[in-house]
Ligand binder design. Structure first.
Ligand code: ADP
Ligand code: MG
Length: 293
């Protein structure tokens, strides 16, 4: 593309709320073959709310207190939802004396000299916490309802679970439909459980689902798609832990108000607001590229 056309294209894209940081992105957008989406905050609102609170050998209030005390250290949407719930119930939080993020699984902290784990089933497994069959049954029941389930373990004993649900964005379905009309294949890559992921994908019409995916594996999946297809791969994520996949993709789109990671990466496009802007930007890029050729 000529430098002038690219400059004009980049300027026009900004009108769709899309900040294109280099000219190649515009060119790639016109040859798109695969579009992959993160789930939380991208396909869904990313503002989950706490539904069920199931306490074992403790009160509901103590369970929330423990989980929220750990989660107050995290910026994950799940963490915000749980801390909000504690606030709503006027529960005072404890301080953690150590804290660790376990990527794609949850959190590990110390409170009153006890080890506290808050996260998914994979976290319980990797930390050797036993999950009783009764608890597992409850887990699978909630999972079928598309809920995200968080276990809380104190010194390797499960004290309870919380379930959260997150609404699907109003225009996710339409965006996917438009992409399919353009002949683009769609994927959802998520760290969430398979059952929830499949339900969300079905609701919005996404073709392919990869669940329980760690952030570094999102990068591998993008790479695979790039080698299996001669054309280009777009990845849309929320930019929080999707940076590797965002930079690997031919077009990386970070949703929201441009997180630090997204801003640092020259290849990443930052998009404000609407998911449908992805479609508008691709259509627009095609138009620009056609005019240039
Ligand atoms: P995604 O954005 O695709 O849902 P993440 O890597 O952000 O993927 O999270 C994957 C999973 O890890 C979540 O669904 C949840 O089960 C668990 N997890 C992540 N962060 C937290 C947290 N702060 N508290 C509890 N669980 C978490
Ligand atoms: Mg995410």
């Amino acid at each position: 593309a000529t430098p002038t056309a690219v400059t004009v294209g980049v300027g026009r894209a900004a009108e769709f709320g899309i900040l294109i940081k280099n000219g190649d992105t515009l060119e790639n957008a016109g040859q798109l073959d695969v579009a992959a989406f993160d789930k939380t905050g991208t396909i869904t609102e990313g503002k989950p709310e706490v539904d069920d609170i199931i306490a074992y050998a403790t009160s509901e209030e103590d369970l929330i207190k423990l989980v929220a005390s750990v989660e107050q250290n995290s910026t994950h949407p799940i963490a915000k939802a749980i801390v909000n719930k504690a606030k709503e119930l006027n529960i005072e939080l404890d301080q953690t004396t150590s804290f660790e993020n376990v990527t794609g699984k949850g959190l590990k902290a110390e409170i009153n000299s006890k080890e506290i784990l808050a996260g998914n089933l994979a976290l319980m497994e990797s930390e050797n916490v036993e999950v009783s069959s009764k608890l597992a049954d409850k887990y699978y029941e909630l999972e079928k309802l598309s809920k995200t389930i968080i276990f809380l373990a104190e010194d390797k004993t499960v004290k309870g679970i919380l379930s959260l649900s997150d609404k699907i964005k109003e225009n996710s379905r339409r965006t996917i439909e438009e992409l399919h009309k353009m002949g683009v294949q769609t994927y959802m890559l998520t760290g969430d459980n398979e059952s929830t992921a499949l339900n969300v994908a079905r609701e919005v019409g996404i073709d392919n689902v990869k669940a329980s995916v760690l952030p570094e594996n999102k990068l591998e999946i993008v790479k695979d798609a790039q080698s299996n297809h001669t054309k280009k791969v777009l990845f849309v994520g929320d930019g929080i832990n999707d940076a590797p996949a965002l930079t690997q993709a031919d077009i990386g789109v970070a949703m929201g108000n441009g997180t630090d990671i997204a801003m640092e990466s020259g290849d990443v496009v930052v998009m404000e607001g609407d998911l449908e802007n992805v479609v508008a930007a691709i259509q627009f890029s095609k138009k620009v590229m056609r005019r240039i050729k």
